[in-house]
Design a protein around this ligand. Structure first.
Ligand SMILES: [Zn+2]
Length: 145
């Protein structure tokens, strides 16, 4: 195209500051700004599928009974609402492996792995749910079974 020197000379007539900024510099800065603005949104979207997810098991939908990271395989024995359950975490998926409830709907529910999805057992009022924001939780009181 044209030399930078000739551009800055012409620009002095327009009262523009004599900076070394070229059109390409401005575009570069604009792109960096856009990336900076979009970064939190993009990273949040990717985090949803990352290992920052955990399994939350609630009793009657109110009391959190257990929380476990989804990326660690584990069998969790739970007594809830007079029923006994075995919640299985395997290969980043959670499922109800065993239950003594009558209809066995919770056991038949396919394993869940996406944030926000859940398995519910109406008989014992048990809810197994996948959640994210793993970092915010305190896992010091994990119960190993
Ligand atoms: Zn059930």
């Amino acid at each position: 195209m044209f030399k930078n020197d000739s551009v800055s000379e012409k620009n002095t007539n327009l009262g523009l500051p004599k900076t070394k900024l070229t059109v390409f510099d401005v575009i570069l800065i604009a792109v960096l700004l856009i990336i900076a603005l979009l970064y939190p949104i993009l990273s949040a979207a990717f985090l949803r599928e990352s290992d920052s997810m955990y399994v939350e098991i609630t009793d009657t939908g109110e009391n959190i009974v257990y929380e476990y990271p989804l990326d660690i395989d584990k069998n969790i024995e739970i007594e809830c609402g007079g029923h006994n359950y075995t919640v299985k975490i395997e290969n980043g998926k959670a499922s109800v492996a065993k239950s003594d409830c009558e209809n066995q709907i919770c056991v038949k529910t396919p394993p869940i792995s996406k944030s926000g999805s859940s398995i519910v057992c109406a008989a014992g009022r048990l809810i197994v749910e996948i959640k994210s924001d793993f970092e915010e939780k305190n896992y010091a009181d994990f119960v190993i079974q």
